[in-house]
Ligand binder design. Structure first.
Ligand code: SIN
Ligand code: CO
Length: 393
């Protein structure tokens, strides 16, 4: 990405991160001058009819109560009976289904890829909206078709500012502090907690690049589950040196110290936490996993096909990240698995994690490095990378 891209209104990515990221909203007119929706409203509805695709419809007026939520998959009949106005279709993880969105995602490479969740695409006819609300995560809202009026409020949102008994958390009281009409190519960045209310002014599609913000509770539960599953029943509290207590009813300082030691010893090792996190954050959230190729290839066969293909694409069904802890290993994480690799491969492993598409020229001499090509063929046989003609399942 160039230093001062139109994506960030001429700001350098470093300035954007310092001044806006997780701090304040930023409206960028014409952020993506050539961006138009790579999918039509009908095609989006088609996606929402597929079993493996996560989709929702929000009906402002015509459901059993205001702002009713319907969960997909839907069928053609359902779409045929929707009202003319005041509804929204939302489809998650469209980056998995639309290879055109990979270039869009790559524009956000100034944020670590493990922080990126997915691209959600919405379609709404005139007046369609999901209501005034706030999200707990950062989002870049990119206009892909038609026009949407966005109102935001940078005032803090009180915990009880919510209409009770609805399917969705809709704000009872929303006073806009800013308002804009977005056209195709315009973008609005919102940090977590900023209330927003978008209403379609005509046939409207919005592309939301959303981010992951795991809660501390999710992190702790995930880590402790894993630690606990690695323990056996013989590892338990023991006190062969139990002294005679004055008060049998007391939990003594000695017992408390022992319990604290047991708990703290599970957290002691940074490398254990790091390894767990790499696997945890690259796991597929929706449970949809990469499909291995019908025909697994030997490393030689894989190389032959790679030479013919000229490039390798990462599957959007697998998350890639790495940890370089300055030890003699670099750890590659793909789809919840850890691959400890020699530091000699560091440059190539980082490229694999930084780029979604890599040409053979970019691989360069690495294609003569046996451990690296063996790794690539293993990733291929697991379905985590694929040749371009197989891209965009
Ligand atoms: C939409 O695309 O209509 C909703 C996006 C959002 O409010 O987060
Ligand atoms: Co929102």
């Amino acid at each position: 990405m160039t230093k001062h891209s139109p994506l960030l209104d001429g700001l350098s990515p470093a300035r954007f991160l310092a001044d806006y990221w997780q701090k304040q909203p930023l409206l960028v007119k014409n952020a993506l001058p050539d961006f138009t929706s790579p999918i039509s409203p009908d095609e989006l509805a088609g996606l929402a009819c597929e079993d493996e695709v996560e989709s929702r419809i929000v009906l402002e007026r015509d459901g059993p109560q205001p702002w009713a939520l319907e969960i997909g998959p839907f069928d053609d009949e359902h779409f045929a009976h929707l009202p003319e106005t005041h509804w929204t279709l939302l489809v998650q993880e469209c980056n998995k289904y639309l290879p055109e969105l990979i270039t869009l995602l790559e524009q956000f490479n100034f944020i670590p890829n493990w922080r990126i969740d997915d691209i959600m695409v919405s379609y709404a006819p005139e007046h369609g909206s999901v209501g005034p609300h706030m999200d707990q995560y950062d989002v870049f809202l990119i206009q892909g078709l038609g026009h949407r009026r966005w109102q935001i409020s940078t005032d803090p949102v009180a915990a009880d500012n919510v209409i009770p008994d609805l399917d969705l958390r809709i704000m009872r009281d929303f006073q806009a502090t800013d308002e804009w009409v977005l056209e195709p190519g315009d973008m609005l960045y919102l940090p977590p907690g900023v209330a927003h209310y978008g209403v379609a002014l005509d046939d409207c599609m919005t592309f939301s690049v959303g981010f992951r913000t795991p809660t501390v509770s999710e992190l702790l539960t995930g880590f402790l589950d894993e630690i606990a599953s690695g323990l056996n029943d013989h590892q338990r509290y023991h006190d062969p040196d139990l002294p005679l207590q004055t008060h049998p009813g007391e939990i003594t300082a000695g017992a408390r110290a022992r319990i604290r030691r047991i708990i703290r010893s599970t957290m002691a090792d940074d490398a254990v936490i790091d390894q767990w996190f790499g696997r945890y954050i690259t796991e597929s959230k929706s449970g949809q996993i990469a499909t291995p190729p019908a025909q697994p290839l030997s490393t030689d066969e894989f190389l032959q096909q790679l030479h013919a293909a000229g490039a390798l694409w990462r599957s959007e069904y697998a998350r890639f990240s790495f940890i370089d802890n300055d030890a003699d290993e670099i750890i590659l994480f793909v789809d919840g698995q850890a691959w400890p690799l020699s530091r000699a491969l560091a440059k190539h492993v980082s490229r694999l994690c930084d780029q979604r598409q890599i040409t053979n020229d970019e691989f360069g001499k690495a294609l003569h490095d046996e451990p690296f090509t063996r790794l690539l063929s293993q990733l291929y046989n697991a379905g985590y990378v694929e040749f371009p003609q197989n891209g965009g399942k």
